[in-house]
Design a protein around this ligand. Structure first.
Ligand code: GUN
Length: 299
């Protein structure tokens, strides 16, 4: 039976460290660490995420600023707001919640954020630094950074000789995740909807990372005996056993069956999920320390 990787505990320990660093920042500089979160439109799920990010930022002792804009906001108005936040010395991190309502162009907005304030790690400068193996001066996308922290809990920092498979190739997760694994010396395969024989690829993997958004897609007979399974999926499915109309959250991995074969596995909820917000706070601390010329902590 697999070891269950406790993302809640790992996230809590990152947050503890963030709080200490936030206190030290304030006593050294006399100012708070500032995080601005921008949300456009009224998508309830996005508002829920942004609400949790703001609450956590406050809990960490940051100056947390939320900009809520109507769905009809123009591209220019949004980019003007980003320009003001770029120029504001009290703001160290900027996050524009995605997806943006149509017809806004998210890429242009993301690329208008100063790379040193891009706590989502989505600016091409930050993506390029990760790609070229620079792990010291850029900012790394929060969910892959959090998933990687969980991988390190099992395998340590050096993944030499291990095969890793990442299923999913998004800019927000799959591509940076593969790059992090590669930078840690794993032999990395990236699979996606056009890959042939996914189960055969999966059976080679000592580390399997699933980020496809399909409930229970990864089956037990895909899992190599003793593998580490990182489930990034968050899928809401009907749960009639809890009562009529009730739902529950499940990952991309058929958890019970795969846990019987894996060496270590992340649950959903309580695995990678809690790490995303924790790493956003960590990135904001890193950005603030760099701006102040203080040695940035590692998480
Ligand atoms: N929407 C869903 N996940 C994310 C994220 O990590 N960052 C941003 N900006 N938007 C998201």
């Amino acid at each position: 039976m697999a070891v269950v990787i406790d993302g809640k505990q790992a996230a809590a320990s990152v947050i503890e460290s963030v709080k200490e660093k936030a206190t030290a920042f304030e006593s050294t500089t006399g100012g708070k660490i500032g995080l601005a979160v921008v949300i456009v439109g009224d998508d309830p799920a996005s508002h829920a995420y942004v609400g949790s990010k703001g609450r956590m930022a406050k809990e960490c002792g940051f100056n947390s600023v939320q900009h809520t804009l109507p769905a009809e906001t123009t591209q220019q108005a949004l980019e003007d707001l980003v320009a003001r936040l770029n120029a504001d010395p009290a703001i160290h991190g900027i996050l524009v919640q995605l997806p943006l309502p149509k017809p806004l162009q998210s890429d242009a907005v993301i690329q208008s954020i100063l790379p040193e304030k891009d706590v989502d790690g989505l600016h091409v400068v930050n993506a390029g630094k990760l790609f070229s193996g620079d792990m010291d001066t850029g900012l790394i996308s929060c969910t892959p950074a959090g998933a990687m922290l969980l991988v390190r809990k099992v395998h340590g920092i050096d993944l030499s000789g291990l095969n890793a498979l990442v299923i999913g190739r998004s800019n927000l997760f799959g591509k940076p995740m593969a790059q992090l694994l590669l930078n840690a010396n794993a032999t990395v395969t990236m699979a996606h909807s056009r890959s042939r024989d996914l189960p055969a690829l999966a059976r080679q993997a000592d580390i399997l990372v699933a980020a496809v958004g399909r409930a229970g897609m990864v089956k037990a007979d895909w899992i190599k005996e003793g593998a580490t399974v990182i489930d990034v999926g968050i899928n809401r499915i009907p749960a009639p056993e809890k009562g009529e109309g009730k739902t529950r959250l499940v990952g991309d991995v058929a958890y019970e069956d795969c846990a019987a074969k894996a060496g270590a596995i992340t649950p959903v909820p309580g695995g990678v999920g809690p790490m995303t917000i924790a790493m956003l706070m960590a990135n904001t601390v890193i950005a603030a320390y760099r701006t102040a010329g203080m040695p940035a902590p590692r998480f």
